[in-house]
Every structure is written in structure tokens, then in C-alpha cells.
Write a protein that binds this ligand. Structure first.
Ligand SMILES: Cc1cc2nc3c(=O)[nH]c(=O)nc-3n(C[C@H](O)[C@H](O)[C@H](O)COP(=O)(O)O)c2cc1C
Length: 180
């Protein structure tokens, strides 16, 4: 098995939950990206002061699993900064997001597909796969596309079951295959 680290940023906790679940399932290290100025509203205006240096040496890992949310259809500043600061240290990367956009809407203005393409463009062959876990997967039919519902929903042990658990299990299998 290759050496893996999960690196994540989360504002409301869903990506923290997902990152911790990945790290636990793979028995690998995990570290949170800590912005120097963690003011959400400023991130939305693209105002930020970068991130604090990580404690782990990213170059020591064969694979980084980068996990974080999508806001306004953008690769958010903490994740963008991590990629820029550690570009040369990253061997291979998998990008994972717990986001609001569904698979059906992934290529729309605020869809995760746009961010996936951007991550792949920046990292070129360092980027192995991008995987979405839309919050709607834990919502009942009829609420999956409801922006108000997914904004108020956060992943936890209670709701992480069914469709999202199935997607998670397939994701883990893929990571195991990549790391064989
Ligand atoms: C201000 C704001 C803008 C958002 N914009 C998008 C978006 O453009 N596309 C998307 O897929 N999700 C969007 N979301 C949903 C978040 O990606 C989703 O709620 C995510 O799970 C939050 O992660 P966190 O709990 O780790 O902070 C947005 C959420 C907020 C609060």
C-alpha cells in the first residue's frame, strides 16, 4: 500500500467528516488546512492571506487526498493555496468534495464539474481522479436539488448511509486499486 495523507478544509463540517472517514478507512494520516485568515465571507470575495504551513511533509506521501467544499462554482482559496504552495511536493492527488451540486448539474455554472476540470488542468498528470459526494445524496427524493435543504444539511453518522455510503465504498475500492 502506498503512503497516503488526507488534507482537508471545511467550514461547516461536512468535508471534515468526509476527510476523517476517508483517513479512518484507509488508516492514513490526516491534516487540516488552516488559513491565516479564516473569514468565510472574505474567501467569497477572493480576499485571503494564504495558509499556515502543514505539519506533515507532503513530499513523503505517494498520494494526497485533498478534500474540501465548492463555493460559487470555484476552487476555494484554501484548497487553491494548498495546491499552489505544495505543487512540487505533491506526487499524486485525488480531489474529493462534499458539495451542493448534484451529478446532473455538475456542468452548470455552480457545478463541481468545473472545479474538477480546473484541478485537473492545474495538476495535469498528478491528478488521478476527482470524486464528488453531493450533500443531496443524504436528502430524501424531492429535496436533493433543494438549495435550502442542502445548505442546512451536514454529513454525520446519522445520515451517512444508503446512496452516499455506496458511493463511498466504491471510492475506497478505487483508491485501493490505485494504491496496489
Ligand atoms: C456561500 C456558499 C456557496 C456555495 N456554492 C456552491 C457551489 O457553487 N457549488 C456547489 O456544488 N456547492 C456550493 N455550496 C455548497 C457547499 O459546497 C456544501 O454545503 C459543502 O458541503 C460545505 O462543506 P463544509 O461543510 O465542509 O464547509 C455553497 C455553500 C455556501 C455556504
Amino acid at each position: 500500500m502506498k503512503k497516503i495523507i488526507v488534507v482537508y478544509y471545511s467550514n461547516k463540517g461536512s468535508n471534515r467528516y468526509l476527510a476523517a472517514k476517508i483517513s479512518k478507512s484507509l488508516s492514513c494520516e490526516i491534516e487540516e488546512i488552516k488559513p491565516r485568515l479564516n473569514i468565510f465571507i472574505l474567501f467569497l470575495m477572493n480576499i485571503h492571506l494564504g495558509i499556515r504551513p502543514l505539519k506533515h511533509r507532503i513530499e513523503d506521501y505517494d498520494l494526497v487526498i485533498l478534500c474540501g467544499p465548492i463555493w460559487m462554482g470555484k476552487l476555494i482559496p484554501p484548497l487553491r493555496r494548498f495546491i499552489a504552495n505544495y505543487f512540487n511536493d505533491i506526487n499524486k492527488l485525488i480531489f474529493v468534495t462534499c458539495c451542493g451540486s448534484t451529478d446532473a448539474k455538475k456542468d452548470e455554472k455552480f457545478g463541481h464539474g468545473l472545479v474538477f476540470r480546473e484541478v485537473a488542468n492545474i495538476l495535469k498528470d498528478k491528478c488521478l481522479i476527482c470524486q464528488s459526494f453531493p450533500v443531496g445524496l443524504v436528502l430524501p427524493d424531492g429535496k436533493k436539488e433543494d438549495a435550502d435543504a442542502f445548505m442546512k444539511t451536514h454529513l454525520n453518522d446519522e445520515n451517512f448511509k444508503g446512496e452516499i455510503q455506496e458511493r463511498f465504498d466504491i471510492f475506497l475500492k478505487t483508491v485501493h486499486e490505485i494504491c496496489r
